[in-house]
Design a binder for this molecule. Structure first.
Ligand SMILES: NC(=O)c1ccc[n+]([C@@H]2O[C@H](COP(=O)([O-])OP(=O)(O)OC[C@H]3O[C@@H](n4cnc5c(N)ncnc54)[C@H](OP(=O)(O)O)[C@@H]3O)[C@@H](O)[C@H]2O)c1
Length: 290
Protein backbone atom coordinates (compact mmCIF):
# COMPACT_ATOMS: atom_id res chain seq x y z
CA UNK A 1 0.00 0.00 0.00
CA UNK A 2 1.27 3.51 -0.88
CA UNK A 3 0.01 6.50 1.09
CA UNK A 4 0.32 10.27 1.09
CA UNK A 5 -0.55 11.92 4.38
CA UNK A 6 -1.28 15.62 4.02
CA UNK A 7 -0.56 17.48 7.25
CA UNK A 8 1.97 15.03 8.70
CA UNK A 9 3.72 17.87 10.52
CA UNK A 10 0.62 17.94 12.76
CA UNK A 11 -0.64 15.76 15.58
CA UNK A 12 -2.90 13.30 13.73
CA UNK A 13 -0.96 13.19 10.46
CA UNK A 14 2.40 12.73 12.20
CA UNK A 15 1.12 9.74 14.16
CA UNK A 16 -0.44 8.25 11.01
CA UNK A 17 2.81 8.68 9.04
CA UNK A 18 4.95 7.01 11.70
CA UNK A 19 2.50 4.18 12.32
CA UNK A 20 1.86 3.32 8.66
CA UNK A 21 5.59 3.44 7.90
CA UNK A 22 6.31 1.10 10.81
CA UNK A 23 3.71 -1.33 9.40
CA UNK A 24 5.64 -1.42 6.12
CA UNK A 25 3.32 0.77 4.06
CA UNK A 26 5.22 3.15 1.78
CA UNK A 27 4.17 6.46 3.31
CA UNK A 28 4.97 10.06 2.39
CA UNK A 29 3.97 12.72 4.93
CA UNK A 30 3.71 16.39 4.05
CA UNK A 31 4.17 19.69 5.89
CA UNK A 32 3.14 23.21 5.00
CA UNK A 33 4.78 25.79 7.32
CA UNK A 34 6.66 23.59 9.83
CA UNK A 35 9.05 20.99 8.45
CA UNK A 36 8.67 18.08 10.84
CA UNK A 37 11.07 15.15 10.70
CA UNK A 38 10.75 13.04 7.49
CA UNK A 39 8.12 15.26 5.85
CA UNK A 40 8.02 16.83 2.35
CA UNK A 41 6.46 20.15 1.40
CA UNK A 42 2.93 20.21 -0.04
CA UNK A 43 0.52 23.16 -0.20
CA UNK A 44 -3.07 22.04 -0.76
CA UNK A 45 -4.04 25.61 -1.65
CA UNK A 46 -1.56 25.81 -4.50
CA UNK A 47 -1.47 22.41 -6.23
CA UNK A 48 0.77 23.75 -9.02
CA UNK A 49 3.48 25.01 -6.65
CA UNK A 50 6.70 23.58 -8.17
CA UNK A 51 8.02 22.87 -4.65
CA UNK A 52 5.13 20.49 -3.92
CA UNK A 53 5.92 16.82 -3.44
CA UNK A 54 5.05 15.04 -6.71
CA UNK A 55 1.93 13.18 -5.56
CA UNK A 56 0.94 12.22 -9.09
CA UNK A 57 4.39 10.73 -9.78
CA UNK A 58 4.25 8.80 -6.50
CA UNK A 59 0.79 7.48 -7.46
CA UNK A 60 -0.60 6.68 -3.96
CA UNK A 61 -3.39 4.20 -3.27
CA UNK A 62 -4.62 6.36 -0.36
CA UNK A 63 -4.47 10.05 0.58
CA UNK A 64 -5.14 10.84 4.24
CA UNK A 65 -6.15 14.50 4.46
CA UNK A 66 -5.31 15.98 7.88
CA UNK A 67 -4.69 19.54 6.67
CA UNK A 68 -7.00 22.17 8.14
CA UNK A 69 -7.14 25.39 10.09
CA UNK A 70 -7.84 23.92 13.51
CA UNK A 71 -7.93 27.02 15.73
CA UNK A 72 -11.67 27.23 16.39
CA UNK A 73 -11.82 30.83 17.67
CA UNK A 74 -9.52 32.06 14.89
CA UNK A 75 -11.83 30.42 12.31
CA UNK A 76 -14.79 32.30 13.77
CA UNK A 77 -13.04 35.63 13.22
CA UNK A 78 -11.46 34.72 9.85
CA UNK A 79 -14.21 32.94 7.96
CA UNK A 80 -12.76 33.34 4.47
CA UNK A 81 -9.40 31.93 5.54
CA UNK A 82 -11.13 29.09 7.39
CA UNK A 83 -13.11 28.22 4.24
CA UNK A 84 -9.96 28.29 2.10
CA UNK A 85 -7.92 26.12 4.45
CA UNK A 86 -10.65 23.58 5.15
CA UNK A 87 -13.08 23.55 2.20
CA UNK A 88 -11.00 24.78 -0.76
CA UNK A 89 -8.09 22.59 0.39
CA UNK A 90 -10.43 19.57 0.42
CA UNK A 91 -11.70 20.39 -3.09
CA UNK A 92 -8.08 20.38 -4.26
CA UNK A 93 -7.36 17.09 -2.49
CA UNK A 94 -10.41 15.50 -4.14
CA UNK A 95 -9.18 16.64 -7.56
CA UNK A 96 -5.74 15.22 -6.82
CA UNK A 97 -7.20 11.92 -5.61
CA UNK A 98 -9.27 11.62 -8.78
CA UNK A 99 -6.15 12.12 -10.89
CA UNK A 100 -4.40 9.18 -9.24
CA UNK A 101 -7.56 7.19 -8.43
CA UNK A 102 -6.72 7.13 -4.72
CA UNK A 103 -8.99 6.47 -1.76
CA UNK A 104 -9.37 9.53 0.51
CA UNK A 105 -9.49 9.46 4.29
CA UNK A 106 -10.79 12.71 5.72
CA UNK A 107 -10.27 13.57 9.40
CA UNK A 108 -13.25 15.43 10.84
CA UNK A 109 -14.67 16.47 14.18
CA UNK A 110 -17.52 16.22 16.70
CA UNK A 111 -17.96 19.98 16.09
CA UNK A 112 -20.19 19.07 13.13
CA UNK A 113 -22.86 18.47 15.84
CA UNK A 114 -24.65 21.13 17.90
CA UNK A 115 -23.90 19.46 21.24
CA UNK A 116 -27.44 19.45 22.55
CA UNK A 117 -27.53 15.67 22.96
CA UNK A 118 -24.01 14.31 22.74
CA UNK A 119 -22.05 12.14 22.62
CA UNK A 120 -23.02 11.32 19.04
CA UNK A 121 -23.27 8.22 16.85
CA UNK A 122 -22.49 8.20 13.11
CA UNK A 123 -26.15 8.19 12.05
CA UNK A 124 -27.12 11.32 13.99
CA UNK A 125 -27.84 14.55 12.14
CA UNK A 126 -25.01 17.13 12.05
CA UNK A 127 -25.90 20.74 12.88
CA UNK A 128 -22.72 22.77 13.42
CA UNK A 129 -22.87 25.88 15.62
CA UNK A 130 -19.56 27.53 14.71
CA UNK A 131 -17.60 28.38 11.55
CA UNK A 132 -15.01 25.65 12.05
CA UNK A 133 -17.74 22.99 12.37
CA UNK A 134 -19.64 24.33 9.35
CA UNK A 135 -16.55 24.20 7.17
CA UNK A 136 -15.59 20.71 8.39
CA UNK A 137 -19.10 19.48 7.56
CA UNK A 138 -18.94 21.11 4.11
CA UNK A 139 -15.61 19.37 3.49
CA UNK A 140 -16.99 16.01 4.72
CA UNK A 141 -19.92 16.27 2.32
CA UNK A 142 -17.61 17.07 -0.59
CA UNK A 143 -15.64 13.91 0.19
CA UNK A 144 -18.72 11.70 0.61
CA UNK A 145 -20.35 13.08 -2.55
CA UNK A 146 -17.17 12.86 -4.63
CA UNK A 147 -17.76 9.29 -5.84
CA UNK A 148 -14.25 8.50 -4.62
CA UNK A 149 -13.66 5.51 -2.41
CA UNK A 150 -13.58 7.35 0.94
CA UNK A 151 -13.64 7.30 4.72
CA UNK A 152 -14.61 10.14 7.05
CA UNK A 153 -13.11 9.61 10.49
CA UNK A 154 -14.49 11.95 13.14
CA UNK A 155 -12.46 12.56 16.29
CA UNK A 156 -12.60 14.90 19.31
CA UNK A 157 -9.99 16.26 21.74
CA UNK A 158 -6.95 14.51 20.32
CA UNK A 159 -3.93 13.98 22.56
CA UNK A 160 -0.61 12.27 21.97
CA UNK A 161 2.99 12.56 20.90
CA UNK A 162 3.83 15.32 18.46
CA UNK A 163 7.02 17.22 17.64
CA UNK A 164 5.62 20.59 18.69
CA UNK A 165 3.73 19.32 21.78
CA UNK A 166 0.91 21.78 21.08
CA UNK A 167 -2.14 19.67 21.95
CA UNK A 168 -4.12 20.47 25.09
CA UNK A 169 -3.00 17.51 27.20
CA UNK A 170 0.65 17.96 26.17
CA UNK A 171 0.60 21.66 27.07
CA UNK A 172 -0.91 20.98 30.51
CA UNK A 173 1.54 18.13 31.10
CA UNK A 174 4.51 20.32 30.12
CA UNK A 175 3.56 22.91 32.74
CA UNK A 176 2.94 20.25 35.39
CA UNK A 177 6.32 18.72 34.67
CA UNK A 178 7.84 22.12 35.45
CA UNK A 179 6.01 21.84 38.80
CA UNK A 180 3.25 24.46 38.56
CA UNK A 181 -0.13 24.87 36.83
CA UNK A 182 -2.82 27.52 37.15
CA UNK A 183 -5.82 26.82 34.92
CA UNK A 184 -9.57 27.18 34.63
CA UNK A 185 -11.67 24.38 33.17
CA UNK A 186 -15.21 24.62 31.78
CA UNK A 187 -17.75 22.53 33.65
CA UNK A 188 -20.39 22.96 30.92
CA UNK A 189 -18.47 21.67 27.89
CA UNK A 190 -18.44 17.88 27.61
CA UNK A 191 -16.39 15.80 25.22
CA UNK A 192 -14.77 12.47 24.54
CA UNK A 193 -11.07 12.16 23.67
CA UNK A 194 -8.74 10.00 21.61
CA UNK A 195 -5.04 9.29 21.39
CA UNK A 196 -3.55 10.22 17.98
CA UNK A 197 -1.64 6.91 17.93
CA UNK A 198 -5.00 5.08 18.32
CA UNK A 199 -6.41 7.08 15.38
CA UNK A 200 -3.50 5.83 13.28
CA UNK A 201 -4.03 2.22 14.44
CA UNK A 202 -7.78 2.44 13.76
CA UNK A 203 -7.28 3.89 10.28
CA UNK A 204 -4.76 1.13 9.55
CA UNK A 205 -7.48 -1.47 10.33
CA UNK A 206 -10.16 0.40 8.37
CA UNK A 207 -7.92 0.69 5.31
CA UNK A 208 -6.74 -2.91 5.56
CA UNK A 209 -10.38 -4.03 5.58
CA UNK A 210 -11.41 -1.65 2.74
CA UNK A 211 -14.02 0.07 4.92
CA UNK A 212 -15.84 3.14 3.64
CA UNK A 213 -18.22 5.74 5.09
CA UNK A 214 -18.22 7.55 8.43
CA UNK A 215 -16.56 6.28 11.64
CA UNK A 216 -16.43 7.90 15.07
CA UNK A 217 -13.40 7.28 17.26
CA UNK A 218 -13.07 7.90 21.02
CA UNK A 219 -11.85 5.89 23.96
CA UNK A 220 -15.30 5.86 25.48
CA UNK A 221 -15.14 8.04 28.61
CA UNK A 222 -17.24 11.21 28.74
CA UNK A 223 -16.12 14.23 30.77
CA UNK A 224 -16.19 18.00 30.93
CA UNK A 225 -13.17 20.23 30.35
CA UNK A 226 -12.57 20.71 34.08
CA UNK A 227 -12.54 16.94 34.63
CA UNK A 228 -10.15 16.58 31.70
CA UNK A 229 -7.70 19.01 33.29
CA UNK A 230 -7.98 17.12 36.59
CA UNK A 231 -7.13 13.84 34.83
CA UNK A 232 -3.86 15.38 33.67
CA UNK A 233 -3.18 16.96 37.06
CA UNK A 234 -3.65 13.62 38.83
CA UNK A 235 -0.76 12.17 36.78
CA UNK A 236 1.63 14.70 38.34
CA UNK A 237 1.03 14.47 42.10
CA UNK A 238 4.30 16.27 42.85
CA UNK A 239 3.20 19.46 41.01
CA UNK A 240 1.41 22.44 42.56
CA UNK A 241 -1.86 22.84 40.66
CA UNK A 242 -4.62 25.42 41.04
CA UNK A 243 -7.56 24.46 38.83
CA UNK A 244 -10.71 26.57 38.89
CA UNK A 245 -14.18 25.76 37.59
CA UNK A 246 -15.72 28.12 35.05
CA UNK A 247 -18.78 28.12 32.82
CA UNK A 248 -19.58 29.61 29.44
CA UNK A 249 -21.21 32.53 31.24
CA UNK A 250 -17.92 33.38 33.00
CA UNK A 251 -15.62 33.48 29.97
CA UNK A 252 -16.41 34.65 26.47
CA UNK A 253 -15.05 32.50 23.64
CA UNK A 254 -15.26 33.80 20.07
CA UNK A 255 -16.73 30.53 18.80
CA UNK A 256 -19.65 28.71 20.35
CA UNK A 257 -18.75 25.18 21.54
CA UNK A 258 -21.09 22.17 21.63
CA UNK A 259 -22.03 21.86 25.33
CA UNK A 260 -22.62 18.12 25.11
CA UNK A 261 -20.20 17.23 22.31
CA UNK A 262 -18.12 14.10 21.88
CA UNK A 263 -18.45 10.87 19.93
CA UNK A 264 -19.76 7.35 20.58
CA UNK A 265 -17.45 4.70 19.20
CA UNK A 266 -19.92 1.78 19.27
CA UNK A 267 -19.77 1.19 15.50
CA UNK A 268 -15.97 0.87 15.45
CA UNK A 269 -15.93 -1.12 18.71
CA UNK A 270 -18.50 -3.60 17.38
CA UNK A 271 -16.45 -4.19 14.21
CA UNK A 272 -13.12 -4.35 16.11
CA UNK A 273 -13.99 -5.78 19.56
CA UNK A 274 -10.33 -6.56 20.39
CA UNK A 275 -9.08 -3.05 19.69
CA UNK A 276 -7.76 -1.47 22.89
CA UNK A 277 -7.94 2.31 23.22
CA UNK A 278 -5.57 4.34 25.37
CA UNK A 279 -7.07 6.54 28.08
CA UNK A 280 -5.51 9.89 28.97
CA UNK A 281 -4.29 8.44 32.27
CA UNK A 282 -2.67 5.44 30.57
CA UNK A 283 -1.06 7.64 27.93
CA UNK A 284 0.38 10.00 30.55
CA UNK A 285 1.65 7.10 32.60
CA UNK A 286 3.39 5.55 29.59
CA UNK A 287 4.72 8.60 27.76
CA UNK A 288 5.01 11.84 29.65
CA UNK A 289 6.02 11.21 33.22
CA UNK A 290 9.48 9.75 32.65
N1 LIG B 1 -6.62 18.01 17.42
C1 LIG B 1 -7.90 17.80 17.71
O1 LIG B 1 -8.29 17.78 18.90
C2 LIG B 1 -8.89 17.55 16.59
C3 LIG B 1 -10.22 17.34 16.96
C4 LIG B 1 -11.15 17.10 15.95
C5 LIG B 1 -10.75 17.06 14.62
N2 LIG B 1 -9.46 17.30 14.30
C6 LIG B 1 -9.12 17.30 12.87
O2 LIG B 1 -8.01 16.45 12.66
C7 LIG B 1 -7.21 16.96 11.57
C8 LIG B 1 -5.77 17.04 12.03
O3 LIG B 1 -5.73 17.87 13.17
P1 LIG B 1 -4.39 18.08 14.01
O4 LIG B 1 -4.79 18.23 15.42
O5 LIG B 1 -3.38 17.05 13.65
O6 LIG B 1 -3.98 19.52 13.48
P2 LIG B 1 -2.57 20.19 13.36
O7 LIG B 1 -1.61 19.57 14.30
O8 LIG B 1 -2.82 21.66 13.42
O9 LIG B 1 -2.15 19.81 11.88
C9 LIG B 1 -2.72 20.43 10.76
C10 LIG B 1 -1.84 20.09 9.59
O10 LIG B 1 -2.35 20.74 8.42
C11 LIG B 1 -1.25 21.25 7.69
N3 LIG B 1 -1.67 22.31 6.79
C12 LIG B 1 -2.19 23.52 7.12
N4 LIG B 1 -2.39 24.25 5.99
C13 LIG B 1 -1.98 23.49 4.95
C14 LIG B 1 -1.91 23.68 3.52
N5 LIG B 1 -2.32 24.82 2.93
N6 LIG B 1 -1.42 22.68 2.76
C15 LIG B 1 -1.02 21.52 3.31
N7 LIG B 1 -1.05 21.27 4.64
C16 LIG B 1 -1.53 22.26 5.45
C17 LIG B 1 -0.32 21.73 8.79
O11 LIG B 1 1.00 21.95 8.28
P3 LIG B 1 2.05 22.94 9.03
O12 LIG B 1 1.83 22.80 10.51
O13 LIG B 1 3.38 22.43 8.57
O14 LIG B 1 1.74 24.31 8.55
C18 LIG B 1 -0.40 20.55 9.77
O15 LIG B 1 0.47 19.51 9.37
C19 LIG B 1 -7.80 18.31 11.19
O16 LIG B 1 -8.56 18.15 10.03
C20 LIG B 1 -8.70 18.66 12.36
O17 LIG B 1 -9.82 19.42 11.93
C21 LIG B 1 -8.52 17.54 15.25
Amino acid sequence: MKLVIIGASGLVGGNCMNYMNDRGWKTIGTYFSYQALNTCFYDTLNPSNPNNFDVIGFDPDVIIHCGALTHVDYCELNQAESWQKTVQSTMNVIKLAKEVDAKVVYISTDYVFDGLEGPYAEDEEPNPINVYGKHKLEAENLILDSKLDSLVVRVAKVFGDEERGKNFVARLAAQLKEGYLKWNGFTDQYTTAINAHDIARAIFHLLSDQKTGVYHLSYGEYFNAYELVMKVVSAFPQAEAHVGKITKADFKQEANRPPLGGLKNDKFASEYPDFEFTSIEKYLHQHLQS
